[in-house]
Structures are given as C-alpha cells and as structure tokens.
Design a binder for this molecule. Structure first.
Ligand code: URA
Length: 428
C-alpha cells in the first residue's frame, strides 16, 4: 500500500480498512505509516479514498448517537483563528431558536485559541461531562458544549501525532479526513464548516483554504451527512478581544447586541446556515433573520446563561462579565504615527497573546484566563500618533511592557484610505 500510493495508485476501501485498523491496533509500525503519509502528501487522494479514510477513522473509537434527541442536530467547526469566539455566540443563538446542538470543541494550541479554554474561564464551568449527562442536557435545554471525549477517533490522535513529527500535517486529504472524522463521530446530521483563510488562519493561502473546504464538504456529504463551508477572512483578529476571559466578555456583549460588527455579522450568517442545514429555515438568509431575532430578543443571551448553569458555572457573568477573571495590569499601546491601519500581523498578535499566557506553545502549558490583548484599532481605521490602538492585559508589569513593542509592530500603516476587508468570500 505504501508502494501503491507512492506510484500514484488508488487504494480500495479494504486496503484503507487494513491500514487504519492495523495502525490503531499497533500491528502496522509508525515508520510504515509515516512513509504512507508522505506518499499521500505527494500523491494526494481521490474523494473516494478520502471518504473511506474518514469513515474508517471516525469508527476507530466511540461514536456519539444523537438519535434519541428529536429534530435535526447541527454542529459547527472552525479551522481556527485569532480571537475566534464565534461558537460562544453562535451556539446559544442556534439553540435558542430550538435547534438542538450537542457540541464538542477543542483546546487551543499555538497562535489560535480553543473554545474549551475560553469556557473554562467562567468560574465553575465544567467542560467534561459523562456521555449520558451530555445527552440528557441536550434533551433538556437543547444545548451542551464540552471538550472532545478521550475515547473518540483514536486513529486521528495517533495519526496526527505522527504527522506532526514527519512534516505531513499540511496535506489536504489528511487534514480533511482528520477534521471530518471527528465531526462524523460527534453524531450531528448537518455540519457547518467555518474555513478561515489569511495570515491568522491555519490555511493562510486562499486557494488552499478553498480546496480544503471543497474536500471536507465532498467527503462529509458522501458520508451521508449534510455539510456546508463558509470561507471567512482571518487577516485580522475577529472582534477586538484575544484571550480567554476577554473573549467570553466580548461574546456576552455580542449576545446582548453590543458586540463588534464583524463578530456579530459572522455569527448571524453562520447561524443562518446552521438553521438552513437543520431545515429550520427555507434559506440561509431566512436563517440569519431568525438568528437576529434570537439576538435582539435576548433569547440567545438567556440560553447562554442556561448553558452555563447546566454545566456548573456562574451564570451571573452574563449580567456582569466583571465576575470573570480580571488581569491586574492593563497597559496601553499607542500609535507611532498618523494613518490608516492597512494590515495587522494577525498570527504574530496570536503568538503575542500566547506568550502572555492566553495560549499554549505545548499541550502541557497552563493557561492564564485573564490575560490577552484588546484591539482599539482595526483595518480601515484612521488614527493619529499617540492614540491608543490596543491594550495589553497582563499578569505583571514586566510582561505587559515586554509585549508593548511587539503589539505595536503588528500594525502596518498607509497614508491613503483603506477599506475594511469583506468578512466572507465564498460559500461551498
Ligand atoms: N486540525 C485537525 O483537526 N486536523 C488536522 O489535520 C489539521 C488541523
């Protein structure tokens, strides 16, 4: 099979089953699997092969059965970005519209954050529930939001660890099967993928992001679920907050109708597609109107409070985000010149927040929930020299001072007016 793929051949379903089950059982050694991944990296996979690989990985461990919960269940996945707190807003809005959401999310690594870490900044919030309790909660209040169970998709965990060490992460069929297998195992009928492109995204290149989106939608649909993908811009952070409790605060403000324009707009559009996938609305546009209604009526914010209470957290944060962990030091960063913000080094800002303690460079790192960066100026804004463009939220003064120049260097200026980038480029 290594030879067949190296020569550009197409593997059968039986061969892929043999490979993945043998690898998970420890019968196929890492060195052979690594060579196979490298062959896939150079030769690619057909949609058919990729679908077999995805189904094989999805069924390598526990699969969640959501059939006892009435209605079409929908899920969402973001390929990750800086300041991407979309799930915290979107999931309560969708659930408030009566669409059941049983969602499993990840932790952050590197320059991107993870929903589970953000939720854990809410005092008392439990992101791990026994499966029975998880399902009961969705049946009772229409929503649950937890970390991925350790028993799901072991093939992906093992394969990803190998890819990470053998320069084979950046293979579209391997990325697509890794992501889609986890979504299939999580049991939803419909999945909306938010595929980010640009400097702060996992896939920086737009054409590559489109290829990834097309591959995931194709294999998701071939696997018998309904998948759609939205390609959204990650050339600057989403919203203004980067860092866990700062992002929860911004999500709450957004649910109360006081959030930043880009985050609010993205959540309404993504929610519209989720309502459409759940067959709750006749079109994504009608779905977005439904989400707007959930936002303006306060039902989304109330659902978030209900979710927090159900998972042991202090729901008073919805009324008073000041109860979330607060950084002792807030340090301003000022503009070094007059001009329009032309570009922001989004990835570098994410790394800067990570170094403050908002993220992890290795899986074992401990997160500081209260630290991060808040942006006052974004692409297209005009500022004069000396105006505050960002604030660093740090645990001590030396940490804040060390970040100041780094944050300032992430801003690039123009003497000519700059327009704001379009948030969504394409839907697949
Ligand atoms: N995210 C995943 O879940 N898998 C990959 O392979 C890459 C990014």
């Amino acid at each position: 099979m290594i030879w067949k793929k190296r020569e550009g051949g197409e593997l059968t379903r039986e061969e892929i089953h043999y490979l993945i089950s043998g690898f998970v059982a420890g019968e196929i050694p890492d060195y052979q699997m690594s060579a196979w991944c490298m062959a896939v990296y150079f030769r690619g996979m057909t949609f058919e092969e990729c679908t077999y690989l995805t189904l094989e990985m999805a069924s390598s461990g526990e699969m969640i059965d959501l059939s006892a919960i009435p209605g079409r269940k929908v899920d969402k996945h973001s390929t990750g970005g800086v300041g991407d707190k979309t799930s915290l807003v979107l999931i309560p809005l969708v659930a408030a519209a009566g669409i059941p959401v049983a969602k499993m999310s990840g932790r952050g690594l590197g320059h991107t954050g993870g929903t589970v870490d953000k939720l854990e900044s809410i005092p008392g919030f439990k992101t791990s529930l026994p499966q029975e309790q998880f399902l009961q909660q969705v049946a009772r209040i229409g929503v649950a939001l937890v970390g991925q169970s350790g028993h799901m998709v072991p093939a992906d965990k093992k394969l990803y660890a190998l890819r990470d060490l053998t320069a084979t992460v950046e293979s579209i069929p391997l990325i697509a099967s890794s992501i889609v297998s986890k979504k299939l195992a999580a049991g939803a009928d419909g999945v909306l993928l938010d595929v980010k492109f640009g400097d702060g995204a996992f896939m920086r290149d737009y054409d590559q992001a489109v290829e990834l989106a097309k591959t995931m939608v194709e294999i998701g649909n071939r696997s018998g679920r309904r998948f759609k993908a939205v390609l959204s811009d990650m050339n600057e952070p989403l919203g203004r907050a980067i860092g866990n409790s700062l992002e929860v605060t911004e999500a709450i403000q957004t649910l109360r109708g006081e959030g930043p324009r880009d985050l609010t707009e993205l959540c309404l559009i993504l929610g519209g597609y989720m309502a459409y996938l759940a067959e709750r609305s006749a079109s994504p546009e009608a779905g977005a109107d439904l989400m707007k209604n959930m936002l303006e009526s306060g039902k989304g914010a109330a659902k978030f409070g209900q979710l927090i209470t159900a998972q042991g957290g202090d729901a008073r944060v919805v009324e008073d985000p000041g109860l979330l962990p607060q950084a002792p030091v807030i340090h301003p960063v000022v503009a070094s010149r007059d001009g329009w913000v032309e570009r922001i080094d989004c990835r570098a800002l994410g790394i800067c927040a990570m170094k403050l303690g908002a993220g992890r460079s290795k899986l074992e790192d401990i997160i500081k929930p209260e630290v991060g960066i808040k942006l006052a100026a974004k692409i297209g804004d005009y500022v004069t020299r000396g105006t505050v463009i960002a604030e660093v939220y740090a645990s001590d003064r030396p940490g804040a001072a060390a970040s100041e120049a780094e944050v300032r260097d992430c801003y690039h200026w123009s003497d000519k007016q700059v327009s704001q980038p379009a948030l969504i480029r394409e839907v697949i």
